[in-house]
Design a protein around this ligand. Structure first.
Ligand SMILES: Cc1cc2nc3c(=O)[nH]c(=O)nc-3n(C[C@H](O)[C@H](O)[C@H](O)COP(=O)(O)O)c2cc1C
Length: 186
């Protein structure tokens, strides 16, 4: 799949159903993330794919209200990092930025493989840490809910891509854009 198509097709769908999350699929997703750029090639990311029923069920219990749609997922990825693993330059910490670059690539790879990969922040990081026995010093940044786009279930927000900020606000050439940050359909 061409990159521009993957960018266009990727969506955070909520109407998902289960699929066979094979070792091969997990490997491909992890590899796509690991090829992302990072400061000094530090690669500060770490991913835990929860797939075994008892572990996955425990992860699902950490979800916040409103994220019940994720209960259909056969595999949920925990995104981890910690400050010490990456550059801190003039007080600027790059670990979250670099981990996000890795996740971005993983999302596009999932799209290419026909899989919905939906990032969520609505969960309890403390509870996830307990379930997966993650050492205290690690930062649980977000989860990625994997699923197959459901053919039957239509969930609110799934039909149209949420509006984006006007590109005139998002970028500018040779000067700082003072345009208003109005959301528009793309
Ligand atoms: C860090 C982060 C946290 C998010 N948390 C949630 C969440 O808890 N529940 C949810 O349904 N979607 C969540 N989303 C998905 C966003 O709502 C979605 O990406 C945004 O509306 C744009 O839609 P699109 O990804 O389909 O283009 C989150 C996305 C990101 C990147």
């Amino acid at each position: 799949m061409k990159v521009h198509l993957a960018i266009q097709k990727r969506r955070s769908y909520r109407g998902i159903e289960s699929f066979d999350a094979t070792d091969q699929l997990i490997l491909e997703l992890a590899k796509a993330a690991s090829l992302a750029p990072s400061c000094f090639n530090n690669q500060p990311w770490k991913f835990i794919f929860a797939r075994k029923k008892d572990i996955l069920d425990k992860i699902k219990k950490t979800l916040s209200k409103g994220n019940e749609w994720a209960l259909e997922s056969p595999c949920i990825v925990t995104i981890l990092s910690k400050k010490e693993l990456d550059c801190v330059i003039k007080g600027k910490e790059y670990y979250l930025f670099d981990t996000g670059l890795g996740v971005g690539q993983m999302l596009l790879k999932a799209t290419e493989l026909g899989i919905v990969a939906h990032v969520i922040a609505g969960f309890s990081a403390d509870e996830v840490k307990k379930v997966l026995e993650i050492p205290d010093e690690w930062n649980v940044i977000a989860l990625i809910v994997l699923g197959k786009k459901s053919r039957k279930k239509k969930t609110i927000g799934d039909e149209e891509r949420p509006e984006r900020l006007a590109l005139k606000y998002v970028y500018s050439i040779d000067e700082f854009s003072k345009k208003l940050n109005k959301k528009v359909a793309h």
